[in-house]
Design a protein around this ligand. Structure first.
Ligand SMILES: [Zn+2]
Length: 421
């Protein structure tokens, strides 16, 4: 009677589409990969925060994805992700979504009830001492004190993941959705030893997690490159992949369990590390690209000059004085130096070529500005408030926008991550 449970494929890419106009252009990037023989699963994601900012409903993401799939005849799996939901925000995502990213970052560090951490370790004596793991140069080493500390730090968050999971399961039915657990929007990165403990705890709670987003070392700022030690990242990512394979064998977790890398847009300097690790280990990955499609909309608008360029300049002019307010919700993932932002009056004089050179993420172009790019990244609220002026221009400039959206996903993300050059 029960259908096969929904499974997330080995390679998947989360794509954001804030104004629900680019699903087709995005899907074309996945079709190009499929034509190369590489299956990458599209997952449309839009967080509660984004919906609130532009006053949209999760159903609009489902409608746009379904329409694109129908229009292009995509006959492979795809998902709509309730991105970063909590118990407080999950309800409106229940009907349209079949992928749930359970965000338990806020529960990290909250102590579990008395005796819970001790009981957990009594059930898992294997976590104490040395754990040899295939693929790791050295065994994972946790003293009893360290294990107790990690258990006290993470068990409440895992219990919260269990609580949200059960709630969604009760509404939708087991096996009808993909579960991701995210712990990335927090301050301290999780070491491989902590990831192992978290996975053991998720197995105890019978959360059928298919992808998990730990916090990695380094800055994952929105829409710009990784800021951190790429060598350290590669070691951590590779160790985490080995820990996941070990946890799947040891704790009976889903055999397609894989890492999820959030704010993965434009992390060009670590894509080769991810690609090498996947090739070597045979593991899969989920990468969330989030809001860069919106930036490609601005680039596509600016390219044609005229009204589109003027709108892109107006977004900048409106965002410039409001930068603190716009950045506030993204404080942990945005770093702008205001002294390096051009004055709006100067931007008003730019040609299409000047505007797109500053905004397009081409690090070889001396005109490219990480500061302008980050400000416009969080500036989608301005476009949202423009209403039909913005969406009408999206339709009028569709060919140049679509070309940029598809190329960004395919050339700058899918190829380096999943195909290789
Ligand atoms: Zn995230």
């Amino acid at each position: 009677m029960a259908a096969e449970p929904l499974r997330l494929g080995k390679y998947s890419l989360g794509v954001g589409d804030r104004f629900a106009h680019q699903a087709k252009a995005q899907l074309q990037a996945f079709q190009k990969a499929a034509a190369q023989g590489v299956q990458v699963v599209p997952v449309w994601n839009k967080s509660n925060r984004e919906h609130d900012t532009v006053h949209s409903e999760p159903q609009s993401v489902r409608a746009a994805a379904d329409a694109a799939v129908l229009a292009l005849g995509w006959d492979r799996p795809y998902f709509v992700d309730a991105d970063h939901i909590t118990m407080a925000t999950v309800d409106r995502f229940l009907a349209p979504c079949d992928f749930f990213t359970l965000d338990v970052a806020d529960a990290i560090g909250q102590p579990p009830a008395a005796g819970v951490a001790e009981a957990f370790l009594a059930r898992h004596p294997e976590l104490i001492g040395d754990t040899a793991i295939a693929g790791l140069a050295e065994p994972i080493r946790m003293s009893r004190e360290a294990a107790l500390q990690a258990a006290s730090h993470y068990l409440h968050a895992v219990a919260e993941a269990g609580r949200i999971y059960r709630y969604v399961e009760a509404q939708k039915g087991a096996g009808t959705f993909v579960t991701e657990v995210s712990m990335d929007e927090t301050v301290a990165p999780q070491a491989p030893a902590e990831l192992l403990l978290i996975l053991a705890a998720l197995a105890d709670k019978a959360v059928p997690v298919q992808t998990i987003a730990p916090k990695f070392t380094g800055r994952f700022n929105k829409g710009v490159d990784y800021d951190g030690d790429a060598v350290q990242f590669e070691k951590e990512f590779s160790d985490d992949v080995a820990v996941i394979a070990h946890a799947v064998r040891t704790y009976g977790l889903a055999d397609n369990l894989k890492l999820s890398v959030h704010s993965g847009s434009d992390k060009f300097s670590i894509f080769p590390a991810i690609r090498r690790t996947l090739s070597r280990s045979g593991a899969g990955v989920h990468v969330k690209t989030s809001g860069t499609t919106w930036l490609e909309e601005l680039i596509g608008l600016a390219e044609g000059g005229g009204d589109g360029l003027q709108l892109a300049k107006d977004v900048y002019a409106a965002a410039y004085p409001r930068r603190e307010e716009l950045c506030a919700p993204y404080a942990s993932v945005i770093d702008i130096d205001p002294s390096l932002l051009p004055a709006p009056a100067e931007v008003q004089t730019w040609t299409p070529e000047q505007f797109t050179a500053v905004l397009r993420h081409d690090q070889a172009d001396p005109a490219f500005s990480v500061h302008v790019r980050q400000l416009l990244h969080v500036g989608y609220k301005i476009a949202g408030s423009m209403g039909a002026r913005y969406t009408d221009l999206l339709e009028a400039c569709e060919p140049s926008i679509a070309r940029n959206v598809t190329a960004n996903l395919y050339e700058r993300h899918i190829v380096p991550l999943f195909i290789g050059r």
